[in-house]
Design a protein around this ligand. Structure first.
Ligand code: ADP
Ligand code: MG
Length: 683
């Protein structure tokens, strides 16, 4: 399981690099790269029975050679099928060779999503089969994997098949009693079946088992951490200090009641007998950063160092910047060191030095900060922003370095308290349930593509008034298979559609960290007026002067993710606007997006989203990456989560150290799970 994927026959260095891009390095990781969905090859339907917006197959007799026209960007191949007076138009992009492969007089099976365009039934990019080949696929379930440019579904599927075929799989690791009680399938059956189910029911069984495993191992390691932290006494005791008041007085605003209350709780923790483990939950824009800074200042003036860790480099730099500013405003001279992956070796060395010598009182970095070869001078507090799964384990990593600092985790993901208690059982929870008073509620609208020109005019007006805007696209580069907007082309389009004096730039995850930082910093300073971006700006970015968030292909995103994106505006005193552009007019899309229209409250949105998706929705659009399990979904699989939590409790009561014979395999599995959880975070 731990061997690199290149050990699989047929995977060379080149393919391996593609796999690395989707986070798959080892055979084990490949096997837990579960399908996103399945393709079910159903009987072809008659044209009269075609339903729009569904993937279906038809049997088509080709009368004429397909027609190829060269467009500006792609060659378009078209063919028209006829059946009892009904017509179906087929189109393919960039596949002019079809003209030679598809011969008139032959019958093929075409399979794809049917759309209605200008009154015609159209199938775009249909798959093509001979009736014989389709016959073999009929009624089977084929896995669909998450892909990246260059990595095809076929490659992944073949690699998985190869790995499953040659691997001596692991022995069952769940105790018999738990499997019986919860009616769980055997673990290797589950692993095989999730990739290649023979029928739907088997897939459900497999999925249930894997979801259970994922939650169970997570909760079990949490409980172990909790046991050990409960007895941990506060080795970094603190006292209230006057400098926090000084900071408060220098702020241009007053703290909300909720911020005051939560800082009070932090203060009590830092001064208490036991070491602090606390989660602050607060919707986007509720003002978590300043609360964290107050705690960091308290640590510094008690003679400790404080560290703040963010999920992205962009965010880390931004935190560093705003913390420096706030400290300066308050006349507090605290050294702030920023440590990120794109810094040069020399810059890093300087930062290490400042940290080691204690000249830096506050250290800001990405989550890998604590794994860096950093020697802290006197680390007393670690704050983790916008990332929870890591938060629960980082204490162990630190403990290995001989450090027992206070731990504070901050999150905007709206999970209900009952779920939070299960998931973050080792943390006390504080809630920031109040937005700053100067905020005007964000105005939302859901529109179709025809609304674009109006939206652009609107943005120009906001920009003329000194504001800034984001436009979010689903993809980085052009991919003719998918009609999704991509940031690179979109930026060009936007430049020609908007007044030339407006400065437009793009930002995406594949850019070099340095470029990303540079663009983000220029945007923050107002040097860029429109930022066209992928969801890299989703988490935490704070540019209060930005008032318009326009999301293209909004149907492609989870509601929680859209809510996060929306949270990038409405962060200052100006009225802000969110424009969700839907790329299709399916009723379910409209219903989902309407939820965002109705409310700006993250909890409400999560609840309504769940109602709409329902527990039957197995592979719904992924929620924001913040609460990501590989296969389980804390909302729709809440019942399994509860069961896993109960079983974990029973087991730890009976056999806390997992010493009994029947728990040996489980113990092994738990150790490797914990190992996997702490590695792989790179700067
Ligand atoms: P989040 O909780 O999403 O991390 P931030 O901490 O980034 O939110 O705060 C968002 C914005 O609100 C920042 O510009 C911050 O300066 C401002 N802010 C924070 N607290 C208050 C407050 N009590 N009153 C007014 N503005 C505030
Ligand atoms: Mg934040």
């Amino acid at each position: 399981m731990d061997s690199p994927i290149t050990s699989i026959k047929g995977i060379g260095e080149k393919t391996a690099t593609l796999f690395h891009r989707v986070g798959v390095h080892t055979v084990g990781e490949l096997l837990s790269y579960y399908p996103r969905a399945y393709d079910i090859y159903e009987e072809p339907v008659t044209f009269a029975n075609l339903k729009t917006e569904q993937v279906q197959a038809v049997t088509g007799f080709l009368r004429k050679t397909p027609n190829v026209t060269k467009g500006r960007r792609y060659a378009v191949t078209t063919a028209v099928l006829e059946e009892f007076g009904e017509y179906l138009h087929l189109t393919w992009f960039n596949m002019p060779f079809l003209k030679k492969t598809l011969s008139p007089g032959n019958t093929y099976i075409f399979r794809g999503r049917v759309q209605k365009k200008k009154g015609r039934l159209v199938m775009e990019q249909p798959e093509i089969y001979t009736p014989e080949v389709y016959g073999e696929k009929l009624n089977t379930m084929q896995p669909i994997y998450g892909l990246t440019a260059g990595l095809s579904n076929k490659t992944v599927s073949k690699a998985v098949k190869q790995a499953l075929g040659t691997l001596t799989l692991n022995p069952e690791f769940l105790p018999e009693s738990i499997r019986m009680e919860q009616q769980l399938a055997e673990s290797n059956f589950a692993l095989r079946t999730i990739h290649f189910p023979v029928k739907w029911e088997d897939m459900l069984l497999a999925r249930k088992r894997l979801v259970f495993d994922e939650f169970f191992l997570f909760i079990l390691s949490l409980r172990q951490i909790k046991e050990s932290s409960e007895v941990r006494k506060n080795e970094c005791p603190m006292k209230p200090v006057k400098e926090t008041k000084q900071l408060l007085q220098a702020l241009p605003y007053e703290l909300t009641g909720a911020q005051k209350k939560v800082f009070g709780e932090l203060q009590a923790d830092l001064c208490a007998e036991r070491v602090m483990s606390r989660l602050i939950q607060g919707d986007v824009g509720s003002g978590k950063t300043v609360v964290a800074l107050l705690a960091l200042v308290q640590a510094v003036y008690n003679g400790y160092q404080g560290a703040l860790m963010a999920p992205t480099e962009v965010l880390a730099r931004q935190h560093g910047q705003s913390i420096r500013e706030m400290l300066e405003e308050a006349g507090l001279s605290v050294g702030v060191a920023v440590l990120t992956g794109s810094m040069s070796a020399k810059e890093k060395r300087l930062a290490y030095e400042e940290i080691e010598s204690g000249r830096a009182g506050i250290v800001v970095g990405t989550h890998a900060l604590i794994q860096e070869p950093v020697h802290f001078y006197r680390l007393g507090l670690v704050v983790t922003d916008e990332q929870h799964r890591f938060g629960v384990r980082q204490r162990e990593t630190l403990a290995e370095k001989g450090l027992v600092p206070h731990v504070l985790v901050m999150s905007a993901t709206p999970i209900p308290r009952t779920l939070a208690i299960i998931l973050y059982g080792d943390l006390d929870i504080s809630v920031l349930d109040e937005l700053p008073a100067n905020r005007l509620p964000i105005k939302n609208c859901v529109v179709d593509e025809s609304y674009r020109p109006t939206a652009y005019r609107f943005m120009e007006k906001e920009i003329a008034a000194g504001r800034q805007a984001y436009v979010i696209c689903a993809m980085v580069e052009d991919n003719p298979d998918l009609e999704l907007e991509n940031v690179v082309d979109y930026t060009e389009k936007l430049k020609s559609a908007m007044s030339a004096s407006i400065h437009i730039e793009y930002l995406h995850g594949k850019m070099k960290a340095k470029e990303k930082n540079e663009i983000m910093e220029r945007f923050a300073k107002g040097g860029i007026q429109v930022l066209v971006s992928t969801t890299v700006v989703e988490v935490g970015v704070n540019v209060p002067n930005a008032t318009v968030m326009m999301v293209e292909n909004a149907e492609r995103f989870g509601l929680a993710q859209l809510h996060q994106l929306r949270g990038r505006v409405g962060r200052g005193k100006h009225q802000s606007y969110c424009i969700f552009v839907s790329g299709n007019d399916r009723p379910d899309t409209k219903k989902r997006l309407d939820i965002l229209n109705q409310s700006n409250d993250g909890f409400y949105i999560a609840r309504e989203d769940l109602k709409l998706r329902g527990p039957g929705d197995l592979f719904g659009i992924r929620q924001s990456g913040l609460l990501e399990f590989k296969i389980g979904d804390v909302f729709t699989d809440a019942v399994i989560l509860q069961a896993a939590s109960e079983e974990a409790a029973k087991l730890t009561k009976r056999d806390p150290a997992l010493l009994e014979k029947e728990n040996q395999e489980l113990k092994k599995r738990l150790v490797s799970y914990q190992m996997a959880g702490t590695k792989g975070f790179s700067l």
